[in-house]
Write a protein that binds this ligand. Structure first.
Ligand code: AVI
Length: 330
């Protein structure tokens, strides 16, 4: 039996059950990083964003701070109101900087953060209602396909209809395989109208050692983040993973631009997953692949737009050229 908490927990547990059943019977074993973000996983990721090695957040913060006025001119061109839809908003650390500036400038816009973590979304919404009470916030709990469906179903009438501006910051796109990224952007493109915008944060290829360190920090927070997936499976699917018997291992290939995270079994062991009535045998050193974080070249970013019906119109980068926020126009 699956634990019966709220309806939401039940739905996610069902998705997690399917993932665990299929992922741990494959060779090599794998689990999707989309299950990292329970309350503890979201908390750990917020801490990762402050790590000295995790340059991504600081680089993108610098871009937003430097170009927020240009972004506002772009989003509100011809004084049109806009709907800002943020996919994977998380704790909104960087977006708050943008929202505060837009509100101060008297911009006419609403904000819809979408996130898979209900805790992160509740905290963000509470914080915004305290700090920016005048802002209209419509949070949406769900994954990216729920968000796509919502975007597609929004209908607007009249000459003053808001333009849609979709934000997909933080290199969340890097957690998709190339095929899934193409598919997702093609669907996004199909649900937007001419003139709508998509702004994506891409982590750029750079010295491999800089990238490798970002996913292998000295404090061990990335390790804890990765291992937390096993803790979640223990809690939600009545499993008995011994976290001390698994290690975190990271690779970065400058040839493919992929950082990959693994959990490694440090011993030969059998794990029982009560809710699935299943046991899983791990050999010495056997891995579970848990995450891909892709790093992009400018050419790949151009191609993604060209192949999915967008036109790339603006490119913003930080002073080290580590990260780029790129605007595609529909
Ligand atoms: C959310 N995502 C963009 C992060 C990344 O960099 O791939 C998740 C992460 N994994 C390990 N550290 C951070």
């Amino acid at each position: 039996m699956l634990p019966d908490h709220t309806e939401t927990t039940y739905l996610i547990s069902t998705a997690l059950a399917d993932e665990v059943r299929s992922g741990l019977t494959q060779h090599p074993k794998q689990l999707s990083s989309r299950f990292f973000y329970d309350a503890e996983g979201s908390r750990l990721f917020s801490e990762i964003m402050h790590l000295p090695e995790y340059y991504l957040t600081r680089s993108e913060y610098e871009i937003i701070d430097n170009y927020k006025d240009q972004w506002l001119n772009l989003f509100a061109a011809n004084d049109r109101p806009f709907d800002l839809i943020e996919l994977g908003a998380g704790d909104g650390l960087k977006t708050k900087l943008l929202l505060t500036y837009f509100v101060e400038q008297g911009a006419r816009f609403s904000y819809s953060p979408v996130d898979i973590s209900e805790t992160a979304l509740d905290e963000l919404t509470d914080d915004l209602s305290n700090k920016l009470p005048a802002l209209t916030v419509s949070p949406q709990h769900g994954d990216y396909s729920d968000a796509l469906a919502r975007i597609a179903e929004r209908t607007y009438d009249g000459a003053d209809a808001p333009r849609r501006v979709v934000l997909f910051l933080g290199s969340n796109i890097g957690n998709f395989t190339p095929a899934d990224a193409l598919d997702f952007y093609a669907q996004l493109s199909a649900s937007l109208r001419p003139g709508d915008l998509l702004l994506t944060g891409f982590d750029l290829q750079k010295h491999p050692a800089v990238i490798h360190a970002a996913y292998n920090d000295r404090q061990g927070l990335t390790k804890a983040f990765n291992l937390n997936l096993l803790r979640r499976i223990n809690r939600e699917l009545d499993a008995d993973f011994n976290l001390a018997a698994f290690d975190h291992y990271e690779t970065y290939s400058p040839e493919t631009g992929e950082a990959r995270s693994y959990l490694v079994s440090q011993t030969k062991q059998t794990v029982t997953i009560g809710a699935l009535d299943m046991s899983v045998v791990f050999d010495y050193g056997e891995i579970i692949h848990t995450e891909i974080s892709r790093k992009f070249t400018r050419r790949q970013i151009d191609e993604l737009a060209n192949q999915t019906g967008f036109t790339q119109t603006h490119w913003f980068t930080d002073c080290r050229h580590y990260f780029a926020d790129v605007v595609y126009t529909k």
